[in-house]
Ligand binder design. Structure first.
Ligand code: GDP
Length: 424
């Protein structure tokens, strides 16, 4: 049996979709446990290219069950569309996909509220929402206003809850947009979509507890990245949920002591979307090179990502927070062709060495990165399948990262395809 957790060690977009596809070859279960359709994972293998938002990335292994556990927030229409799209691409999720009835649901008012908050904050000092209603749905969850998937199977209860929500939300929505949301336009379609999702809905914690007893292989698929975590990220430039390894407990009902291994996914450079302190930002010319070569545009929003050198102060902090035991280094092929590669090995604040944990969001704006410089390589490494095939400079880069982070790099991804992976 193995229980493995995959965690993004940066700001998301580390290539976790590919990593999960690769590591789930022997998994009995792949489990999503937090976030919603703000996550975007890309899986590329010989069956094609799949863009996923709700559905766990283990789709291409027919023996693998896919669990959307209670910690995930769902937009039921998007989820159903994803199921249908996968069917069209030849992937049937019948008897494979299991959705928790405890999942909280996204409603049209969540998206409207998100847009209203954004219009008032006008872009500055905001985490740049994805437009999916993710923050307001989490706010409703802790305000005891949330509507869960289970509620849709009890129309009387659903009616009551929806009425209360609209009574409150329509005051704000009317004030900002001049229009009310209609009860009927939400109520009926949600009842209908619930019937379509019903065959997939179960109590996922029971299934996962049983899987533990039967010593199955379970892979927990983290979405986003450590520095988007609601507590440990660079607040307020964060997501609405907890994304660190411990959140598998709240998000799925599996005890943390059952975890055998926590793998941190690290992209060979740093990217993020929007506005936040970014100490290791690259010069514009190198950003353009990396953005084009690495396809650094959001899977969910299409927004172009900011690019920076690998920031090991962040990776070291992610290791400490989640207890990461192994690293999966991705997109090292994107660095091919540069002359020099920099790595930020620590932070200086007011000319003194400092650490992520000592620094507030405000002070992170003033941090100076301390860089180590590496010679790059020009050989095409995307064809390498063994560590010894990599150019010497790539090996030096990898081994120095290991030394600085003090965690072994067990896997190196040299391309988007499953097979473009080196296991050490
Ligand atoms: P996630 O949010 O962490 O799951 O990241 P994505 O799934 O959005 O991955 C970002 C993109 O990088 C996707 O288009 C992947 O196919 C691609 N990708 C993943 N690993 C590699 C790699 O090692 N090299 C290259 N060139 N692309 C990769």
């Amino acid at each position: 049996m193995s229980v493995i957790v995959i965690i993004g060690s940066q700001f998301g977009d580390e290539g976790k979709g590919k990593v999960i596809d690769y590591l789930s070859q022997n998994a009995d279960f792949v489990v999503r446990f937090h976030g919603g359709n703000n996550a975007g994972h890309t899986v590329v293998n010989r069956r094609g290219k799949f863009k996923l938002h709700h559905i766990p990335s283990g789709i291409c292994h027919p023996q693998t069950k896919l669990v959307i556990a209670n910690g995930v927030v769902i937009d039921p229409f998007i989820l159903f569309e994803e199921i249908e799209n996968l069917k069209k691409q030849g992937i049937s999720l019948r008897n494979r996909l299991i959705i928790s009835s405890r999942c909280h649901l996204i409603f049209p008012y969540h998206k409207q509220l998100e847009a209203i908050y954004e219009s008032v904050k006008k872009g500055k000092n905001t985490p740049q929402p994805t437009g999916r209603g993710i923050n307001p749905v989490h706010a409703d969850k802790v305000s005891y206003l949330g509507i869960r998937l289970a509620d849709l199977f009890h129309p009387k209860i659903f009616r009551e809850k929806l009425k209360i929500n609209l009574q409150i939300k329509n005051i704000l929505i009317k004030a900002f947009t001049g229009k009310n949301l209609s009860f009927e336009e939400i109520f009926r379609p949600y009842l209908k979509i619930a019937e379509k999702l019903k065959p997939f809905v179960r109590e996922t914690s029971i299934i996962l507890q049983k899987a533990l007893e039967e010593k199955k292989n379970i892979l927990f698929e983290g979405a986003q990245g450590t520095f988007l975590d609601i507590d440990w990220g660079i607040y307020p430039y964060v997501t609405a949920s907890s994304v660190v390894a411990g959140s598998i407990n709240a998000g799925s009902g599996i005890p943390v002591k059952k975890i055998n291994k926590i793998i941190g996914v690290v992209k060979s450079y740093t990217t993020h979307v929007g506005f936040r302190p970014f100490p290791s930002k690259m010069p514009a010319k190198i950003t353009d090179f990396i953005r084009e070569k690495g396809g650094e545009y959001g899977t969910t929003t299409g927004r172009s990502r900011q690019c920076g050198w690998l920031d090991l102060e962040l990776v070291k902090s992610a290791v400490k927070i989640s207890g990461i035991n192994e690293l999966f280094l991705t997109k090292i092929d994107t660095l091919t062709g540069l002359k020099k590669i920099l790595v930020c090995k620590e932070y200086q604040y007011h000319k003194k060495k400092s650490s992520y944990f000592h620094l507030s969001t405000d002070s992170l704006w003033q941090v100076k990165p301390v860089y180590e410089e590496f010679n790059a390589w020009s050989e095409d490494i995307s064809i390498c399948r063994k560590y010894r095939h990599l150019p010497l400079n790539a090996k030096k880069y990898i081994e120095r990262i290991e030394q600085l982070v003090k965690v072994p790099i067990k896997y190196i991804s040299v391309g988007p395809q499953r097979k473009a992976t080196i296991k050490r």
